[in-house]
Design a protein around this ligand. Sequence first.
Ligand code: AMP
Ligand code: MG
Length: 688
Amino acid sequence: MQSRSTISRLPLPKQPLLIHKLTPDPRTPTKTFREVLNTNPSIQRRARLLAPEAHFSFVSPFPAEFPYAIQYEEADAQRAIDAWLAAREPKNPQSPNEQLCKYTRDQPTKAVLLGVTEAVLRDCLPHLDVGDALDVVGTPALVLEPDTATETANGPRDDLIEVLSGQAVLMSEDFSPWALRYSGHQFGTFAGQLGDGRATTILVTAPPNEPDKVYELQLKGSGRTPFSRSADGLAVVRSSIREFLGSEAVHALGIPTTRALALISLPDLAVYRETEERAAILTRVAPSFLRIGSFEALSPPQNVFIFGGGQQPANWEALRILGEWVAGPVLRLPEMQEPGKAWGSALLLEVARRNARMAAGWQAYGYMNGVMNTDNISVLGLTIDYGPYSFMDAFDWYHITNHDDAEARYAYRSQPAAIIYALRALNNALAPLLGAEKEKGAAITAGWAENVDKDKIEEWRKVGLEFKDELERVAQDVMADEYGRLMKKRLALRRSESADEATLVRPLLDLMAKHKLDFHATFRVLTDFQPGMVPSTKSNGTSTVLDTFVERLLAQAPIPSGLDRSQATQDLREWLGIYARRIEREADAWDGDLNSQRTTAGRAANPRFVLRQWVLQEVIAAVEKDVVRGRRIMAKVLHMACNPFEPWGGENVSETEVGKLSAEEREERRFCGFGAKELLGFQCSCSS
Ligand code: AMP
Ligand code: MG
């Protein structure tokens, strides 16, 4: 049995793998961070451009209603604001271990634990003791009341709620929570400094059996940071539920993503969107939350003027430091093992490969991100930032998941192109560094661009941009390979044939699009297909079996009324004929019974449960109406999303036999259905 610690006693990683190698905001250095909290905490809450060399800013979580209700005389503003904030910042140090000290607030807020993900504990944090926090079903006890918070928060579960709700903050001389600085291209336009406006990394830890692997724990919705601009730094319950369930659903499909450890609501904290809502904090987990936009912040595009901010200066030294960090501990590129070896182009290509694999996963599983701005594209190739995302219902090449994406920039079909666009932005940001490395034939060193004139930088930039074609080729190749591999799996095929994409995959998708068949349900039914169902021209086999099978496929039209049954039947029979011959050609690749083996393999690659928009809406409504009941439903949906390939809800039980299922199984069966017509292909908005 592995020894486990409560969250505030988790050890920091042994290796110096903390982000502190990068450059903090000069106005909030770690060593004096607690002084900042006691004297002028407004530094952390005030929207401002960070110094050009800074990669991040130390900041403590601060979930509070915004605008802050501070009363002051104009002449006394600064002092009054700082005094008001200081009174609410974490103090009261307790020393649970020798590494981190837990600071608590005098005026905590009520926090309700809505869910904890067992799979994340298992995969990333096996050494974290959460007490009985996993038993969320119908447990009113998972609430930390303000009056008892500090006295009772000693048990593992209360400790967890306190830290993950931003009520308690873990700090030391060398460690404080932080928010990242980044910029980004939003819908094709450079937007200047963005940064973690509502996310704060509160802890870094390494699983004891894998000390090289680190995980950052990041709160999303935990209050303002220097990057919040005019916004509140908070998140609402509905969007947090979407991210909580969405990231685990994407992970379970084998697509790289940030993970979701826990979801907490703050029922006494109001958040103002279109209407008044309640606040929630999601804890997400990833080895790093750096994005392509992190590089763009240090090397902004040329001649782009930001409204009110003029042209943002580049900082070449900060670019080198970030690059070495990402090439080293984040991506662990082999180039970094050899001192002095150039790493810039290897970094660029590795980010390309990783994001290409991720995008192939999205395409193969009908996941649509909705906001593929470069600040939302991870350098690790993780799906990040679950805003207006969705999974495909009836297949549509042109589906737009984001209601506000009028130009269809991030439509399903455009996702691969949007990834290439983001990779080009990374190429642009790194270009001078790539050129300098190429000229030197070795890694650049400290001060590499000091006393270098503008013309030289431009000369390097030009050389660096010559990587563009290779970058695109690598990204396209990896995307095509990975997509081919995944679609082969979805069709339960063992070997690859070069014509598969053109003769099998694309025609199937076109057929689904033409007849508005459901993407996931069609694939799931196809796992029962057997080539013997297609009567051969030689034999006089009857086609009844095939007719029955085609009927089953036609039942995967979520809106049956619009279906042209005879045309769809003809198209499906034709395609199944091609599929049957393709399967037969590789029959020798399987040992044992071809049909049962293919069904087993197919089911492990095609989800029975898909986190559809209607399911999300139902969970959200349930949680908002009644926390205890809603929490039970959400735990069930999370469990299904984490195990999507199981035959949920008596999959093989016919409709006439449904009565024999338990109430629980009937509910699961319902969650595997298409849901209400209005929510099919539902587009969501950005408000979160
Ligand atoms: P997104 O479109 O969610 O990727 O957000 C774009 C930028 O806006 C990022 O810098 C976010 O941190 C920031 N942002 C989004 N919502 C909020 C909020 N409620 N408060 C502060 N910053 C926010
Ligand atoms: Mg974002």
